[in-house]
Design a protein around this ligand. Structure first.
Ligand code: SF4
Length: 428
């Protein structure tokens, strides 16, 4: 069976112009510091120093699953009461902490000073601190800064802020040679699969942001075409545009349909003939479709309700509804970037309830009224909803797990099928 025959027709209008329920109120989300948990694994010679409070340190420890490393690559420089009362010079303290860290850890090539609510409250200027420390420790160590503060942000915005801080550091690409930049942290296994597929499609050279090593930041210039691998990178995209790069518009590489469209969008920019695109994609797409078919039986007809959390909600909703036959009760997202999500919105079933932002009490009422088969939400809502008898999926797990690309499509579907199977067993 071909991909086209297995999928519902793309809706005539989709949700591109659909009204969006905009809500403001109490929110239940993690802050941008959470991004450190996956970014420190990704950029292997970087260190993340949060300039924050004990609360920030606890958040990081619990989000990281209290991972104890012999040589961890993130830490918190605690701002204590003396600092908050203005009794100590925070800049001197920070310089001392950084100096000690760099002396002890010669493996660190890139140090991020990560701002938090407390550092913002006392107006500690981390960008000046980063410049000062960069001058002191260059060329061995580069010091950059970004904010992971929780005020009005969501946890994936930490990655956006981190990558946006890296863009000005990317070397200029000499000339106008064309290259592809894949933007957004991906598991290495996924990067390797995409590299093989891009080679078969005649697309290259292909580089990734973030790169695995700080010293290997990809070059950028007017010949750079970039494609987003994650939907929460608005600031990074703006910074790349400012460096002269051009975005390739595409859906996101979730599921067979999303991955096919994402790869095809890049291949078309390279002028790859349609026949070659089809041949290059067919083996992996066929395998993935067969694997999805087995899970579809368990998910088809079930309803899903998305609370706004990761900003992955809209591509996930498209995948679950179109490839697995699930019904979308509500698709909430913390922030709806209409331009970056245009291709995704066009594929959502007409009439889908889209909401942006959060008024948690009202949304909980809507969720209880809907009684969805599964609710996708943050950790703070999952336990109370489970206690009310609802099946939940932690949205943060979808960011930690490799879910992009053909070979991961079935794993992604399993993440939704498993909690339903578990619930069904408990009900027997
Ligand atoms: Fe809490 Fe703000 Fe620290 Fe995040 S940055 S853990 S929201 S105090």
């Amino acid at each position: 069976m071909s991909a086209a025959a297995a999928l519902p027709a793309v809706p005539a209008h989709g949700c591109g112009d659909a009204p969006v329920l905009r809500e403001r109120g109490q929110r239940e989300v993690f802050c941008g510091l959470t991004g450190i948990v996956w970014l420190h694994r990704k950029i292997q010679d970087a260190f993340f120093l949060v300039v924050g409070s004990r609360t920030c340190a606890h958040l990081l420890q619990s989000a990281a699953g209290v991972m104890i490393f012999a040589e961890p690559r993130f830490a918190t420089a605690i701002i204590d009461e003396r600092d908050l009362a203005g009794l100590a010079d925070c800049n001197d303290e920070l310089d001392r902490v950084v100096t000690r860290l760099i002396e002890r850890r010669p493996d660190i090539k890139l140090l991020f000073l990560v701002g938090s609510c407390p550092s913002e409250v006392i107006k500690l200027d981390l960008s000046r601190a980063a410049q000062r420390l960069s001058r002191r420790f260059s060329p061995g160590v580069r010091v950059l800064n970004y904010s992971g503060s929780g005020i009005e942000t969501t946890f994936t915005q930490g990655e956006d802020a981190c990558l946006a801080a890296l863009v000005p550091e990317m070397p200029a690409e000499p000339g106008t040679a064309r290259s592809l930049l894949v933007v957004g942290a991906l598991a290495e296994v996924v990067e390797d699969q995409f590299l093989r597929l891009f080679a078969a499609l005649g697309v290259g050279p292909v580089r990734f942001l973030p790169s695995r090593r700080a010293a290997e930041l990809p070059p950028i210039g007017p010949g750079t075409r970039y494609i987003l691998a994650q939907p929460f990178l608005g600031d990074t995209a703006r910074a790349l545009d400012a460096r002269g790069a051009t975005r390739i518009a595409a859906p996101f590489p979730l599921g067979v349909e999303g991955t096919t469209a994402w790869l095809t969008a890049a291949a078309e920019v390279w002028g790859t003939p349609a026949g070659r695109i089809a041949d290059a994609i067919a083996p992996a797409a066929t395998r993935a479709r067969a694997a999805l078919g087995r899970i579809r039986e368990r998910l088809s007809g079930k309803s899903v309700f998305f609370f706004p959390d990761s900003q992955l909600e809209i591509p996930l909703a498209r995948f679950l509804s179109r490839e697995l036959g699930m019904r979308l009760a509500e698709v909430g997202t913390p922030y709806l970037h209409k331009q970056h999500l245009a291709e995704e919105l066009a594929m959502l079933p007409e009439g889908t309830l889209l909401s942006e932002g959060q008024h948690v009490e009202r949304q909980l009422d809507r969720c209880r009224a809907e009684k969805p088969d599964i609710a996708v939400c943050g950790l703070g809502l999952a336990n109370p909803l489970e206690a009310e008898g609802m099946t939940t999926k932690w949205s943060i797990e979808l960011v930690f797990t490799p879910i992009q690309g053909f070979d991961q499509a079935a794993d992604l579907a399993e993440l939704f099928a498993r909690p339903l199977v578990r619930r069904a067993k408990l009900m027997v």
